[in-house]
Design a protein around this ligand. Structure first.
Ligand code: 5GP
Length: 191
């Protein structure tokens, strides 16, 4: 997605040759018009999959997933990273290793918001090792639902996430794919 590549080139900051900081438009401050455009693009890519529900993970995934859910006209549910005291009912859960925080955490979704037998689209902001997406897939499948696809905003293709998810049989669609970081700049895979 050209618009997104442009923003990454103009505003993205590469940290330690490993992490891309895009908090001026994606992870902290949010550019609403860009998110609407990204939502339309993701919805278009999965329009023939009969998606019935979108699942993402707090916090950054929510803003990415919302315009997609509006475009597809389906419910959106986000996995929580900490169990809320308001979550008194039964939950589905999965353990995820955080790439940026370097620790394990439990992700949960209330069983009420993940009815059995639905076709689900998983959405996240970044794909690195694939831990977060894999954790969400396991959680969704434990509810008896089918993962119809995984939509990612920024994929770091030099890390093993895509390969891991594709090996497990999932359809992964990323709006931009980064081949490498070179001299603190992103080199993109041209598609
Ligand atoms: P994974 O689970 O695939 O290793 O990493 C994905 C998660 O880690 C995303 O949900 C995202 O929050 C975070 N993440 C991974 N790499 C980056 C990065 O380069 N920049 C930012 N801002 N977050 C990242």
């Amino acid at each position: 997605m050209e618009l997104l590549k442009q923003r990454i080139m103009e505003e993205g900051i590469v940290l330690n040759n490993r992490v891309l900081k895009v908090d001026s438009f994606l992870n902290h401050q949010i550019d609403p018009k860009l998110f609407v455009a990204m939502g339309k693009e993701i919805a278009e890519r999965f329009k023939d999959k009969g998606i019935q529900r979108i699942v993402t993970i707090e916090a950054s995934g929510i803003a990415v997933a919302l315009p997609v859910a509006i475009e597809m006209d389906v419910p959106l549910v986000f996995a929580r990273k900490k169990k809320s005291i308001l979550m008194t009912d039964d939950v589905y859960h999965s353990v995820v290793y955080s790439y940026t925080k370097e620790e394990n955490y439990d992700v949960t979704i209330s069983k009420r918001f993940l009815p059995e037998g639905e076709k689900v689209l998983i959405i996240d902001d970044f794909l690195a090792s694939g831990e977060a997406a894999m954790g969400l897939c396991k959680l969704v499948e434990s509810a008896g639902d089918t993962v119809e696809g995984i939509a990612i905003v920024i994929e770091k293709s030099f890390q093993p996430g895509r390969e891991r998810l594709e090996r497990a049989g999932y359809d992964v669609q990323s709006l931009v794919r980064i081949k490498a970081f070179e001299n603190d700049r992103c080199v993109f895979i041209e598609e």
